[in-house]
Design a binder for this molecule. Structure first.
Ligand SMILES: [Zn+2]
Length: 202
């Protein structure tokens, strides 16, 4: 009888194969390893997952992940630049590339491409404006994707920031049209950052 006919194991394989980059085969390998090292792996994993589930939340100011037990990074003293991204995956890519080590603002998506006059569809735009004002931020780097939605969002944001007089820049057009930040290679990302240009609002 194969080990994955045990219901508990089957369920675990199903969950793990939903993780990025993992198919059923690698999920099964992971599960078998977990079971082999139950004291070393399953026990701490169970506890850690429970802690993450209980304590890790999205900050409703900057959109980053934070622990309910401590202040978010966005509450730290002072910063000059904020890099605005659509989602956490984009932030991780930029962070890992080492191009930008400052503060981030994670919108939580993009605006629909058609003109929308409501308050930003639950995106953290108003809190971005507040952060800029409160910290006297000098530059807001818009690193939204080069899709129509990404452009619409960038324009909406620069419009919302008009009164703050902050310098607003947009990643250079080296980003392929429709290109999502998450999937860019470091070289493209680096030149897009380096050659970012100011948005002139009208
Ligand atoms: Zn925050």
């Amino acid at each position: 009888m194969a080990s994955d006919t045990v219901k508990e194991i089957e369920d675990l394989i199903k969950i793990i194969s939903k993780l990025p980059g993992l198919g059923p085969k690698s999920a099964k390998r992971i599960v078998l390893r977990l079971i082999k090292k139950r004291e070393e792996l399953i026990k701490p994993l169970t506890n850690t997952l429970a802690q993450v589930y209980k304590n890790v939340v999205r900050c409703n100011i900057c959109g980053n992940l934070k622990s309910t037990k401590s202040n978010c990074v966005c509450m730290s003293k002072k910063y000059d630049q904020i890099c605005v991204v659509e989602n956490l995956a984009d932030m991780f890519v930029i962070e890992n590339s080492g191009i930008f080590r400052g503060h981030y603002h994670i919108l939580g998506g993009t605006l629909p491409s058609f003109e929308s006059k409501d308050s930003g569809n639950g995106l953290l735009i108003e809190s971005l404006v507040n952060r800029v004002k409160k910290n006297s931020v000098k530059e807001v780097i818009l690193a939204t994707s080069a899709s129509i939605e990404g452009e619409t969002t960038a324009h909406y944001i620069s419009d919302s920031l008009k009164d703050t007089k902050v310098k607003i820049t947009r990643l250079a057009k080296g980003v392929p049209v429709g290109g999502e930040i998450e999937f860019l290679d470091d070289g493209t990302l680096f030149s897009a950052f380096k050659n970012r240009s100011p948005i002139v609002s009208d």
